[in-house]
Design a protein around this ligand. Structure first.
Ligand code: FE2
Length: 461
């Protein structure tokens, strides 16, 4: 159970199981030597031991103090583990809890949280129209959903840190169970450049009813879009290799001015973690070097690379609204689905999520997860860059705190600094992604598990 079903049956026991599942994951990713936890593997990332104690501190703030009014367990931790007070690059200089201390703190918080949870009435967790802040936090188990998703989001961040780490592998590699370059499902070769048509019309974007949706996904609103085509699959490594072979990284005409400046400054010639060995392209994945599998969605490209590739292909990136319509809009019922395939929680047949495998799966491998318009692998595999900046929907109201979304929106007269990504990656837990889920990052970022999908206007050839 995860996500929608957890929220729907949000009894204390179901929530305790969800909290426990997230914790197993966090402890698994930090079951490492002390040096690996304390070291900064990249200036882009926190030391892993910071993420670990931050997870506990966030849980203490929301599931203990906000619900019960109890005082801080360890005064001073809030400042150290406030993500807004300290850049990731500076976090090694803080008086961090050591690994053993951090684990002890997490266990202490969790034991108290479970006591509070056990004392709640299932009625208090039903979706409702609570008036005071505590009632609103409990309605639909919103605050529990927030903390569970937060821990899984940090677990994905920790995976990005482990991908940046150098040295021999520390993670098991579950593998795909088949050769990555042998085509789609069971060797069935699909046309990885196929497109699907999304007819013109209105659809419902965002949500006003999903209890675990973040404030930035709200409220639901109608959006009318002209007809457009969108890729049936995310762009593959095969297509990215063709872009490279055609000189795409060296052709200034394909890049925006900012993108070209960044490409030149950083000397970009291929996705992050790729290397060329004679005629063979390889990639490094969690410390293992392997040939680039042609049929997997490309990952570790920044927004500027995605934009240049799209221009090279005679396409463009989809807007955020186009992406969501292609993912969720059901033309038969007129409503938007929680997931492309419907409202039931994801299984491994639908989507490659939750680190079942430490990589995207070949395109064509998840036909059961197709959306009503026929787009596949929209949820899972790789986050997909969209053309859109991160801005609030009309009617947005920050809840329960401004620092989740609002502080990232453009300031007045300031262009959007962040680009929206949609759909989650292979590393994303099912509870932390849905058709309406919005992620965002700087257009230069490549360490995240992000790729893209192409689109074009329907009247353009
Ligand atoms: Fe956080």
């Amino acid at each position: 159970m995860a996500g929608l079903e957890a929220a729907a049956s949000a009894g204390p026991e179901a929530l305790a199981a969800e909290l426990d599942a997230a914790r197993s994951r966090s402890l698994g990713y930090t079951d490492l030597a002390e040096d690996d936890l304390l070291r900064q593997h990249s200036p882009l990332m926190s030391p892993l031991v910071w993420d670990l104690a931050h997870i506990g501190n966030y849980e203490e703030i929301w599931l203990l103090r906000a619900l019960t009014g109890t005082p801080e367990l360890r005064p001073g931790l809030d400042g150290i583990y406030d993500a807004f007070r300290h850049s990731r690059a500076s976090r090694t200089t803080l008086p961090l809890l050591g690994p053993a201390e951090a684990r002890g703190y997490l266990a202490d918080v969790r034991a108290r949280v479970l006591d509070v949870l056990a004392g709640l009435d299932a009625d208090q967790l039903l979706p409702g129209s609570g008036q005071d802040r505590r009632e609103r936090l409990l309605a639909g188990a919103l605050v529990y959903g927030m903390v569970i998703q937060h821990e899984h989001q940090h677990d994905e961040t920790m995976l990005a840190t482990l991908q940046l780490r150098s040295g021999p592998p520390v993670l098991d590699d579950p593998g795909t169970g088949r050769a990555g370059s042998a085509g789609g499902a069971g060797g069935v070769v699909v046309d990885d450049t196929a497109e699907v048509l999304v007819p013109a019309g209105a659809f419902t974007m965002g949500t006003s009813t999903d209890p675990w949706a973040y404030d930035n996904e709200r409220p639901a609103h109608r959006v009318h879009l002209p007809a457009f085509h969108i890729g049936r699959f995310p762009v593959t490594n095969r297509a990215q290799l063709a872009f490279i072979a055609d000189g795409g990284y060296d052709d200034e005409r394909l890049w925006s001015a900012e993108g070209w400046a960044w490409r030149c400054q950083e000397g970009l010639t291929a996705p992050l973690f790729w290397s060329r060995d004679g005629d063979v392209w390889t990639r490094r994945r969690f410390g293992r070097v392997e040939p680039v599998p042609l049929d997997e969605p490309v990952q570790h490209v920044c927004w500027y690379e995605a934009e240049a590739h799209a221009r090279w292909a005679g396409r463009r990136l989809p807007t955020e609204a186009e992406w969501e319509k292609a993912c969720a809009h059901d033309p038969v019922t007129g409503r938007s689905r929680h997931y492309p395939w419907g409202d039931t929680d994801p299984t491994s047949e639908h989507a490659n999520l939750g680190h079942g495998q430490a990589r995207p799966v070949p395109v064509g491998s998840r036909p059961a997860g197709a959306s009503p318009c026929g787009a596949e692998q929209m949820i899972g595999d790789v986050w997909e860059w969209t053309a859109s900046g991160f801005t609030p929907y009309s009617g947005f109201a920050a809840f329960p705190y401004r620092e989740y979304s609002e502080v990232f929106y453009p300031r007045s007269n300031d262009p959007a600094r962040f680009r929206v990504l949609r759909g989650g990656s292979w590393a994303t837990h099912p509870s932390a992604v849905r058709s309406t889920f919005r992620n965002w990052d700087f257009p230069i970022r490549r360490q995240i598990f992000a790729g893209f999908r192409l689109a074009r206007d329907a009247d353009a050839s």
